[in-house]
Design a protein. Structure first.
Length: 412
């Protein structure tokens, strides 16, 4: 069973595992002005920036995830009702397939919003080594055998005599990763290869196994929704992190000054570097060591069973675009313009949009494209890298910000 530390600080975990094997030239270095806001030249209203990003971008995204997670829960519940009817001979295979496809589509909707949340890892999503984040999404830590074992444990209602409680289960046995496995895996046999296996599982009827998996999927979907609500509650509380950001620099705030809070939000942008670029693109491309050694490895893409990998990357980039531009309100691009760096503001805007256009042009899954057209994925990596290179250089230097540890010293 994985220990909790495996789930902590996802960007650090991925980056630490990847940095050793890349042969590209160094693309960022520490500038003399990092963290020194006295080197900025304008009187830009950083509080307005924080307020807009909190109220106009981050909070609405968190709230949207609550909504789609509720839809996901309803879809899985409906699928289970049909699955039970199918086992009893009251529903047809076509009805079962239709209900499953609806549940799968609800999962895709929830995952697309979650991948935007992934770009907004602040406050409650980082607290306690990312415990809340990991309960919802444990990737890259995956345990398909663990999920199979918990299907049976949930069915029997206990584990070694202790009542089953999904809230106490390790992240890789629940959350969106586990739900993908239960909804999209067409192989009903268990995935365990060691000595511990779900007893008698492969001898059960297909209909019986479908019901058991679906009922556990419903439990997981409910847990995801509960944790989504907990995220919004913790974020939006009167003494929550949203208020801390908006009140930065005021008496009693955890931030000594507003610029410190801006730096904290800017840290979230670098998920696109250490996770999207390195973990989701460079690793399956073989630019870093992977499950296949150092060669192209379709097996290492994110969301492989749902074939949702490139959609995840698109959602990451769209969230980056929102955080950078502030949508209709004040954004980092405005801050750059106020600092007399219109060139960086406009180039970053263009490069982010170019990367989004690139990934939206895929006609097949990321895994299939790695096999059929490796150059297209290489080009995608280059598009994203053009964004991250500028974030790690012109962006942080013009705004006197510090790189997060996940990107400082990165040598890709």
């Amino acid at each position: 069973m994985p220990t909790p530390s495996k789930y902590s600080l996802i960007c650090v975990a991925i980056t630490g595992a990847l940095l050793a094997g890349c042969g590209e030239s160094t693309s960022s270095s520490a500038g003399a002005d990092y963290g020194n806001q006295d080197n900025t030249t304008s009187d830009f209203d950083q509080t307005a920036l924080l307020t807009n990003l909190v109220d106009g971008v981050i909070t609405p995204t968190f709230e949207q995830f609550v909504s789609v997670s509720e839809q996901q829960q309803a879809g899985v519940d409906a699928y289970c009702t049909v699955a039970v009817g199918f086992e009893q001979g009251n529903n047809t295979q076509a009805e079962l397939t239709s209900a499953q496809q609806t549940a799968q589509q609800n999962w895709r909707g929830a995952m697309s919003v979650w991948q935007q949340v992934e770009m907004m890892q602040l406050g409650p999503l980082l607290d306690d080594d990312g415990a809340l984040r990991n309960k919802i999404y444990s990737w890259p830590v995956v345990s398909r055998c663990g999920v199979d074992l918990d299907v049976v444990s949930f069915e029997t209602g206990n584990i070694n005599g202790v009542p089953y409680d999904i809230a106490n289960r390790t992240p890789a046995r629940k959350g969106l990763v586990a739900l993908e496995y239960l909804l999209f895996n067409s192989n009903l046999d268990h995935s365990c290869t060691e000595s511990v296996t779900p007893d008698g599982w492969n001898n059960r009827t297909e209909a019986d196994r479908i019901v058991a998996r679906c009922e556990f999927a419903a439990e997981i979907a409910g847990d995801i929704h509960n944790n989504a609500q907990a995220l919004v509650t913790e974020w939006s509380a009167a003494d929550g992190y949203a208020a801390a950001l908006k009140n930065a620099g005021q008496t009693g705030s955890e931030f000594d000054d507003v610029h410190q809070a801006v730096n904290k939000v800017s840290d979230a942008l670098f998920y696109i570097d250490s996770v999207t670029k390195d973990g989701k693109l460079a690793t399956p491309l073989g630019l870093f060591a992977n499950s296949c050694g150092t060669s192209v490895c379709p097996e290492d893409v994110e969301s492989p069973l749902a074939f949702h990998s490139i959609e995840n990357i698109a959602s990451n980039l769209q969230a980056l675009q929102s955080l950078y531009s502030g949508n209709e309100g004040v954004g980092f691009d405005d801050y750059l313009v106020d600092e007399n760096d219109v060139e960086t503001a406009e180039t970053l805007t263009a490069n982010i949009q170019s990367a989004i256009t690139n990934v939206q042009a895929y006609e097949s899954s990321l895994a299939q494209t790695l096999t059929d057209n490796e150059q297209q994925v290489t080009d995608t990596h280059a598009e994203v890298k053009s964004v991250t290179d500028q974030l790690k250089n012109d962006f942080i230097n013009s705004l006197a910000l510090e790189l997060p540890q996940t990107s400082a010293g990165d040598n890709d």
